[in-house]
Design a binder for this molecule. Structure first.
Ligand SMILES: [Zn+2]
Length: 287
């Protein structure tokens, strides 16, 4: 019922289609996979006047994950998998944070004040949740429910990108897999990527996947679906050629995992829990 109300709001609350909270890429719901791209867009809805940021800032990682949408789109096409992509900047509200995470709406980003967030009220945070954050997650739930209705339990793969330099130090990993306690998808992804000899693959680094209430927690851990988050270094996917190359690489690794039905552990509902279900250990930050 809650979802129905929020969906009804979409028609009346968004001034333009360009301001809709998410984009859906059609796919076969029975293909065994649902793709997610939390930081696909650097779009700030027109009512927010760009949050007071300049255009140069909005092209950087503080606003979104450059290249992630292109990789997700390519992978969706290659696997025939449905995909949900956010259509709002993480600076508006970060869909990959729990509702109570202090970084849900960033007041500072890369040490710079985000003017449109600096004096934000709880009411405004609640409004952004109901207009952007909640509908985005409801859309993911709908895709997962639609997939489950085919009789095939989908795995859930989330696509992110990270900056090639952090605090003036280059990051050596080409890509990373972030995960919590469910190894079913994370293991084969780490192994599949690491098997490509020229690649250095992070396993829960440079970030950890053990983050309470994040997107994978909500849709993977909580629902017992095999899941993982892949992070790709941004210099490798800034251009369409790199995005296509990484989409093809991920498709090569993921496609063989989609075989079989309930005899395949990847397509069973299993509850592995979360490290963050124990007394909070603070988790970590995602890219
Ligand atoms: Zn990200």
């Amino acid at each position: 019922m809650r979802v129905m109300l929020e969906q009804a709001n979409i028609a009346t609350e968004y001034k333009a289609l360009a301001d809709a909270p998410y984009r859906l890429l059609a796919g076969d719901p029975g293909c065994g996979c649902v793709l997610i791209c939390d930081h696909a867009a650097n779009h700030v809805p027109s009512a927010y006047d760009g949050l007071g940021m300049d255009a140069g800032q909005m092209r950087r990682h503080v606003a979104y994950d450059p290249g992630a949408a292109g990789v997700t789109t390519g992978l969706s096409e290659l696997l025939g998998a449905p995909a949900v992509l956010s259509n709002f900047s993480r600076l508006l509200i970060d869909p990959n944070r729990g509702e109570d995470d202090p970084t849900l709406v960033m007041h500072l980003s890369d040490g710079e004040v985000v003017p449109g967030n600096a004096r934000i009220t709880n009411e405004e945070i609640a409004r952004r949740r109901s207009l952007y954050y909640d509908p985005y997650h409801a859309a993911i739930d709908t895709q997962i429910d639609t997939a489950l209705a085919t009789g095939r339990v989908p795995l859930v793969l989330s696509i992110h990108t990270f900056t090639e330099v952090w605090r003036e130090r280059p990051r050596p990993w080409h890509a990373a897999i972030l995960w919590d306690k469910d190894p079913r998808l994370a293991r084969p992804l780490v192994e599949g990527l690491a098997a490509e000899r020229e690649l250095m693959i992070g396993d829960n680094e440079p970030y950890t996947g053990k983050l309470f209430g994040d997107c994978m927690y909500k849709h993977g851990t909580h629902r017992g679906l095999a899941h993982a988050l892949v992070e790709i270094r941004q210099d490798l996917v800034r251009e369409p050629e790199g995005q296509a190359e990484w989409a093809a690489r991920l498709a090569r690794i993921v496609e063989p995992l989609l075989g079989g039905a309930s005899d395949n552990p990847l397509h069973r509902i299993e509850y592995h829990g979360s490290s963050t279900d124990a007394p909070a250990d603070g988790g970590g930050q995602h890219g």
